[in-house]
Write a protein that binds this ligand. Structure first.
Ligand code: XMP
Length: 318
């Protein structure tokens, strides 16, 4: 198949997929876990066009999403696209399970398992679901074939929930999925969203997650994203985020001693995430970010810039 490099080719792909999906699904119901990431959003938009209310989207908020993300999913899909959307705020469930757990792999496992659990509970409440739609893309298939990464598919669902799979973007690369997203009219900040790990802000709140430190990560991240957008860096820098490590240091505010967390800023560029270089951010921007974060984020008295490429560091902290 020709690579999708233009909006016209993306529109042709959409037209062809709509026919295929209508034919495959008929009058049956389809379930989709909608994270708000590019891949699942594009699949949702395609299926809404193809089968409308026969698609049931489930958006699970695990409490580790970025500021404004669940609200945007509801706004775009429920309000603008009239999707059949079930929103589950499972924040307390996840954070209670994670309380006191400091080991990174253990944290990831808890988040992954709980996600399947919540999704399965929602699926069991519904009648007559025949299909499960997934935002599998071509690199996922390649990586699972090579044994690099387990393919995030229905394999994880319990025995009693067996659906036929619908994977309309599985022959596409990421840049092609983005082009299809544009052709479907999804907003730019959804289509050009930077990569965001499944365990979300959980891996950016190293060690045992507490609600107050998680809130500091979320607020600092929102400031960083706002400033990158204002300064023309959105879409230019491959990935950028904040981390709030689990230690405090002495500071001073209004003549009083403080004992608070630092915020670490990370901004990197890469082609394939296997290695990465650090973005040379303008000094003025770093100073401005420091001022805003230490003024606006509760519990923070210091800002640090991570100068480490991959290797020796990984991109994320856990
Ligand atoms: P590392 O930290 O391994 O990250 O250098 C490489 C890229 O992968 C992203 N990442 C994840 N993506 N689920 C994901 O979907 C995950 O569990 C996960 N962990 C890391 C990371 O953000 C970076 O872009």
């Amino acid at each position: 198949m020709e690579r999708i490099t233009t909006i016209e080719l993306a529109k042709a792909f959409v037209d062809e997929q709509l026919l295929t999906l209508k034919d495959q699904i008929g009058d049956k119901k389809v379930l989709l876990a909608l994270s708000g990431g590019v891949d699942s959003s594009v699949v949702a938009a395609l299926l809404i066009k193809a089968v409308g209310q026969q698609l049931i989207c489930v958006h699970v908020n695990h409490g580790l999403l970025r500021k404004g993300e669940p609200e945007q999913v509801i706004e775009v899909f429920r309000n603008q696209m009239d999707a059949n959307l079930i929103y589950v705020d499972a924040t307390d469930r996840f954070l209670d399970k994670l309380a006191g757990v400091a080991e990174p792999e253990q944290k990831r496992k808890i988040i992954g398992n709980e996600f399947i659990e919540v999704f399965a509970e929602e699926a069991r409440k519904l009648d007559g679901i025949e299909f499960l739609a997934q935002g599998t893309i071509w690199p996922d298939i390649l990586e699972s074939e090579k044994g690099i990464k387990a393919h995030h598919n229905a394999g994880g669902l319990p025995e009693d929930l067996q659906f036929k799979l619908v994977e309309p973007v599985k022959i596409l690369f990421k840049d092609e999925v983005r082009m299809v997203g544009k052709a479907l009219g999804l907003p730019d900040n959804m289509v050009y969203r930077q990569p965001f790990p499944g365990p979300g802000l959980g891996v950016r709140c190293p060690g045992a997650i507490t609600r107050d430190r998680l809130e500091a990560v979320r607020e600092a991240d929102a400031i960083l994203r706002e400033e990158f957008a204002k300064n023309g860096l959105e879409g230019k820098v491959w990935q950028y985020f904040t981390v709030v490590p689990d230690f405090k240091s002495t500071g001073i505010r209004d003549g009083e001693r403080t004992f608070e967390w630092p915020v670490i800023i990370r901004a990197i560029n890469t082609k394939d995430a296997m290695s990465a270089t650090v973005e040379r951010l303008p000094y003025e921007l770093l100073e401005h970010l420091t001022k805003r974060i230490t003024t606006e984020v509760k519990g923070v008295n210091r800002v640090l810039y991570d100068m480490t490429p991959k290797p020796s560091a990984t991109i994320e902290y856990e």
